[in-house]
Design a protein around this ligand. Structure first.
Ligand code: SF4
Length: 738
């Protein structure tokens, strides 16, 4: 295990050094472009809802739609072949190539043909295959796999590509600029297209009512691939079918914006093949041949696991994916390391886990699944509202269950109160049972803190559990937050307008108790009657390790522990954003609808609650911190989950109402992500992601400000990135201690 982790760390280190800079520049550029482009589209959310509804309907009625496509394409004069798997699809296309005596085959970009390794299959039969998309052409020359769904050579810089082309091609002069490279590729590929006997495309969408293939490209190469050779094969996954031509509209609006930040992709080509354009005869003096009837069209619809995914309640949502790449571009880990780490045999980025598990199997998904930290930043960016982190979690859970008994299982047998199988990776089991460790840590503090810091302990932890020695460990408080509240000698308010439970999340209860105490004092100063009962931990820790049954057990306990308070009209105030997100989002999957709704409706992130109290007349002057004078200027970083839930503005609003000068980071992720940054295989990646935030808070504008963050992970990461000690914002606004 330790060797596997070291190997993984080495690979990530290598990719950070060789491909990281280009991937970051391009993926972040796409992501920024997406924000700008969708902001210009008033109906953005409506289009997303429509796109989602169309996809849900299409997958529900997929067998009927396949038959309808067969009828319309055949009525148009083409042929439809439903391929069971990659081998079946490749055999069919090879036969077409053989029948048409296709020596030269040209292709436009298609991830589905990457999935089935069609090029290799055709080349094995003697055809020469050329990729006509510029990025794919670069990879063909470099003999590399795509690192991105939409921009396959995103990991290569212009200089890199110039070097590659100059080495590979015999040009009169060395190529240097992007323009020179593009001109060369256009001319070179133009020759191949003119020679081609067979053109192969994918299809972004196939409309069942008209048999239309919709293809979006940046270079127009799909049009040439379809129009020049007289035989056209389109290879598309069955999930690409949508019911009607009109249904294309929301997708055309969304796909370019979501992927590359373009309001519309450069070329949107709609073909209902065989196309009626007469074939071009480059050999003849007559530029256009007479007979359009010579054209042949074959649509290969690929199953390759998709129909099983359709029957799988958890993976089915993957089939709604339009492969726009927004989930990859918005993912902080992807921005650092790219698809050669964050991807499987074919697919890359957040949704790749679902695709790989569905079409290539769990082993391929297991290679990179842990790179999804479940931060949920991709959820709002997905144009079809796919719950990508949940798919990653479910597949992680399945991977956990596929392991064999491990050599150290005897160490944890009976000691860990989880619902997981033997053979679960010890690192996962350790982090997933952090609640047990935290109880033990507090009960034996300060001895536990001292013992954990000893060099032999750190060596052992790194060797057996993969906890990186460079990370500072949490320091447990002897008196927990719940105990502090219980031991307080403060009379309860009996006639308060508001009653609230402050939820004692794991970190607030055992490690960062000061923020819990500050929250209690703040709420009481605003007239809230507060309780801090002993409530189970949310299950965020096991869920992040893919321990879904264990997380569901925690959710049940939380619901039971809070039931009487909810029935008595208490609100639930949550300090840790990732726990609040559990209550709002993930509990929908873990609890009954009634239980989830009753908790989600009554739970509030702590600053959301304070903002609401102030809006309803609470006295803000109670919140002026006595020693605030020195901390007027703040650099604030909100938590990923807060941003996803749209809650970060409440903290800023309250701080500004208190006349703090707040500079908010636009870096979306701190890189720590709970246990992720502790894991030795991911430490460097975590620090690379965090460095963007660290650099922003070291700029002249922010360097002298008090650093404030809402999430435990963000606080820990900022602590390791900066010399200034970061604080939770609640500790800034709590009333002076009397
Ligand atoms: S999951 Fe959503 S965001 Fe990701 S590629 Fe698919 S459609 Fe795009």
């Amino acid at each position: 295990m330790a060797a596997d982790r070291a190997q993984k760390a080495e690979r990530i280190r290598h990719l950070l050094a060789t491909e990281g800079a280009s991937v970051e520049e391009n993926a972040r550029g796409f992501n920024d472009g997406r924000y700008e482009s969708v902001a210009r589209l008033e109906e953005y959310e409506d289009y997303k809802d429509r796109a989602r509804a169309i996809k849900e309907d299409a997958i529900e009625h997929l067998p009927d739609l396949i038959e309808q496509v067969r009828e319309t394409v055949e009525a148009n004069g083409g042929t439809v072949y439903l391929a069971e798997d990659a081998a079946d699809a490749n055999r069919y296309v090879r036969e077409v190539a053989s029948d048409t005596e296709a020596d030269t085959v040209v292709k436009s970009k298609s991830m589905t043909t990457e999935e089935i390794e069609l090029n290799e299959a055709l080349e094995a039969e003697g055809s020469e295959v050329w990729e006509t998309d510029l990025g794919e052409f670069v990879l063909q020359v470099a003999e590399e796999a795509p690192s991105h769904l939409v921009a396959p050579a995103i990991h290569r810089s212009c200089e890199d590509i110039a070097h590659l082309f100059n080495e590979h091609f015999d040009t009169d002069e060395d190529l240097e600029t992007a323009q020179e490279l593009t001109d060369f590729a256009r001319e070179y590929l133009g020759d191949q297209i003119r020679e081609a006997d067979l053109g192969i495309t994918g299809a972004n969408f196939v409309t069942a009512d008209t048999g239309t293939m919709a293809l979006v490209t940046s270079e127009g190469n799909a049009r040439k691939t379809v129009a020049v050779p007289d035989t056209h094969v389109a290879v598309a996954g069955v999930e690409k079918i949508i019911p009607t031509f009109e249904d294309l509209q929301p997708f055309v609006e969304l796909i370019g914006r979501s992927g590359t930040g373009q309001d519309i992709t450069s070329y949107v080509s709609l073909f209902s093949p065989p196309v009626s354009t007469p074939p071009v005869d480059f050999e003849s003096d007559e530029p256009i041949a007479d007979d359009p009837d010579d054209r042949e069209f074959h649509l290969v619809l690929l199953d390759n696991g998709r129909m099983d995914m359709r029957e799988d309640d958890q993976l089915r949502e993957t089939l709604y994916c339009i492969r726009c790449s927004a989930c990859a571009n918005s993912c902080a880990n992807f921005q650092s390391v790219g698809g050669h780490a964050f991807g499987g045999e074919t697919y890359t980025g957040g949704i790749a886990t679902g695709w790989e598990a569905g079409v290539h199997g769990q082993d391929s998904a297991a290679e990179f699944n842990d790179l999804c930290t479940g931060c949920s930043r991709c959820v709002n960016q997905c144009p079809v509202n796919i719950d990508i982190p949940w798919i990653n979690t479910v597949v992680r859970d399945r991977i956990n269950h596929s392991g064999e008994d491990g050599q150290f299982d005897f160490l944890v047998e009976g000691l860990t109160p989880d619902a997981e199988p033997a053979g679960l990776d010890l690192q996962k089991r350790f982090f997933g049972n952090f609640s047990t460790l935290a109880k033990l840590g507090s009960a034996t503090a300060p001895l536990s803190n001292w013992g954990a810091d000893l060099s032999p302990s750190r060596w052992l932890m790194e060797r057996v559990l993969g906890i990186d020695r460079r990370r500072e460990l949490p320091r447990f408080e002897r008196e927990t937050f719940v105990e502090w509240f219980r031991n307080r000698d403060v009379p309860r308010s009996v006639d308060a307008d508001y009653h609230a439970v402050v939820y004692p999340d794991l970190y607030t209860n055992h490690v960062r108790t000061e923020r819990g105490k500050a929250a209690v004092r703040t709420l009481e100063a605003l007239g809230v009657a507060v309780e801090v009962p002993d409530v189970a931990s949310s299950g965020r820790a096991p869920l992040s390790q893919g321990m879904v049954d264990t997380a569901a057990g925690h959710a049940d306990e939380v619901a039971a522990d809070l039931e009487s308070y909810l029935e008595a009209g208490y609100d639930v105030v949550v300090i840790e954003p990732s726990d609040h997100a559990m209550f709002q989002r993930e509990y929908e999957k873990l609890l009954s609808e009634e239980q989830h709704e009753s908790l989600a409706d009554r739970s509030y992130e702590v600053f959301e609650y304070i903002y609401g109290l102030l809006e309803n007349g609470a006295d803000i002057s109670e919140l002026r911190n006595a020693d605030r004078g020195a901390t007027e200027e703040i650099a604030y970083h909100s938590h990923c989950q807060q941003r996803t839930l749209g809650l970060e503005s409440y903290t800023t609003a309250v701080l500004e109402d208190l006349e703090y000068d707040v500079l908010t980071s636009d870096v979306e992720c701190c890189g720590m992500a709970g246990s992720f940054g502790y894991k030795s295989e991911y430490y460097e990646l975590s620090m690379d992601v965090g460095s963007r935030l660290g650099e922003q808070f070291e700029t002249p504008e922010a360097a002298d400000r008090t650093v404030v963050a809402s999430g435990t992970s963000c606080l820990e990461q900022l602590d390791s990135l900066l010399t200034r000690q970061p604080r939770h914002p609640i500790t800034l606004i709590e009333p002076p201690k009397s």
